[in-house]
Design a protein around this ligand. Structure first.
Ligand code: CAA
Length: 390
């Protein structure tokens, strides 16, 4: 089965092979147990760091591979096809904290964090949401108050992927609550490390899927953050978060495509082996049509994603394409995994076979880094903005 409609370069094929072999050797043997036990294996993150998978788009001066976005997404799809939990840690780390530090970090911040992050010695997380501020991210109410040279943070961040394992978190907090800056413009971004006083990992979510990826609350109680840890300009935190999510959503799309592809591969193999009414079920048109539609949607999702990634690397604004990619890929993953379970029949509904986990893992791609409804809002808004998709 060919993987990409758009031909991959030799370098991309090499990275794809490396990622696939790594995932099959180092991750696949453990995925069922990690999912069952809700266990995050930090060791595998270290190994991914050694391969360069945690600094894929970082410049070489920070120990990164300086690869184009598409190449990173090719690798991410391979990891996701085997274990979507490990893939989301890779996606968040590569797309959000490392890119935010690279783009808006001071020299001191870049020097301190980027090389260890590229090596996988430091894992990054992104803390925007709160218990009462999800889709409406601009309503967040974690406070950051200036005190001498420091900032003092108070509040609870929620749904933080890798939050309990992270060595560096980009935390969005409100630095201005005045009436005119109550919304998006009163938010700033901070580089927070778990050693800071008052930093505590709170509730760990007991999730339906992505069980090997820890999703936690982060409690900040009078957490004193040095002034040098403000990231970018005061008041620019929401914009930085939104611009970063434009990149993050490409990673979630690649993760969703990996999940969907894996479901298609399992379903294709199963349909070739499973016999009913005296022949393999792949010979029934009902099954063929499902497999054909699954493959078509995956190919379309990947083509859209690679176009969005190419536009990003050309320096274009990709807000709309990014949302389209994430929306289409995540709904594809949910639909494809549903069909895969149907093809497996009763065997699809039990944990003994892999499609049950893929189905559970697919669901969250329609929710995090912006729900499908939010993606549709973003897409529709862009239709009326100055830069419509042509
Ligand atoms: N790029 C650049 N600027 C952007 C932007 C983007 N993608 N999106 C918004 N902005 C700018 C706007 O232009 C606006 O600027 P001005 O003040 O100059 O006009 C400002 O930001 C405020 O934007 P909006 O008026 O559009 O703000 P809004 O309150 O209406 O919200 C939203 C817009 C699209 C709904 C946004 O809140 C959103 O994306 N919500 C979903 C949040 C989300 O994805 N959360 C996931 C968190 S991460 C996670 O899931 C867990 C994890 O660990 C991975």
């Amino acid at each position: 089965m060919s993987w990409a409609l758009i031909p991959l370069t030799e370098e991309q094929q090499e990275i794809q092979r490396t990622a696939r072999e790594f995932a099959r050797a180092e991750i696949a043997p453990h995925s069922v147990a990690w999912d069952r036990d809700s266990f995050f294996d930090r060791g595998v993150i270290g190994k991914m760091g050694e391969l360069g998978f945690l600094g894929m788009m970082l410049p070489e001066e920070f120990g990164g591979l300086a690869l184009p976005t598409t190449t990173y997404l090719v690798a991410l799809e391979e990891i996701a096809a085997v274990d979507a939990s490990i893939a989301v840690a890779m996606s968040v780390h590569n797309s959000l904290p490392t890119q935010m530090l690279l783009r808006w970090g001071s020299d001191a911040q870049r020097q301190r964090f980027l090389a260890p992050m590229a090596r996988g010695e430091m894992l990054g997380a992104f803390a925007l949401s709160e218990p009462e501020a999800g889709s409406d991210a601009a309503s967040l109410c974690t406070q950051a108050v200036r005190d001498g040279n420091d900032w003092v943070l108070n509040g609870t961040k929620a749904w933080v992927t890798s939050g309990s394992e992270a060595d560096v978190l980009i935390v969005m907090a409100r630095t201005d609550s005045s009436a005119e800056r109550r919304g998006a413009r009163g938010i700033s971004a901070f580089v927070v490390t778990p050693d800071l006083p008052g930093f505590k990992v709170g509730k760990k979510e007991d999730k339906m899927g992505l069980r090997a990826s820890p999703t936690v609350q982060i409690e900040l109680a009078d957490t004193r953050v040095p002034g040098g840890n403000l990231l970018g300009k005061e008041g620019a935190g929401f914009l930085m978060a939104m611009q970063s999510l434009d990149n993050g959503r490409l990673g979630i799309a690649a993760q969703a495509i990996g999940i969907a592809r894996s479901a298609l591969e399992h379903a294709t193999n199963y349909a070739g082996e499973r016999r009913q009414f005296g022949k393999p079920i792949k010979e029934f048109e009902a099954i063929q049509f499902k497999l054909a539609d699954m493959a078509t949607r995956i190919a379309a999702a990947r083509a859209l994603l690679y176009q969005a990634a190419a536009a990003k690397d050309r320096g274009e604004q990709i807000t709309q394409y990014s949302s389209m990619s994430k929306l289409f890929a995540s709904e594809t993953a949910m639909w494809v995994t549903t069909q895969a379970i149907q093809i497996f029949g009763g065997y699809g509904y039990v944990k003994e076979y892999p499609v049950e986990r893929l189905f559970r893992d697919a669901k969250v791609t329609e929710i995090y880094e912006g729900t499908s409804e939010i993606q549709r809002i973003v897409i529709a808004r862009e239709l009326y903005s100055h830069s419509p998709t042509r």
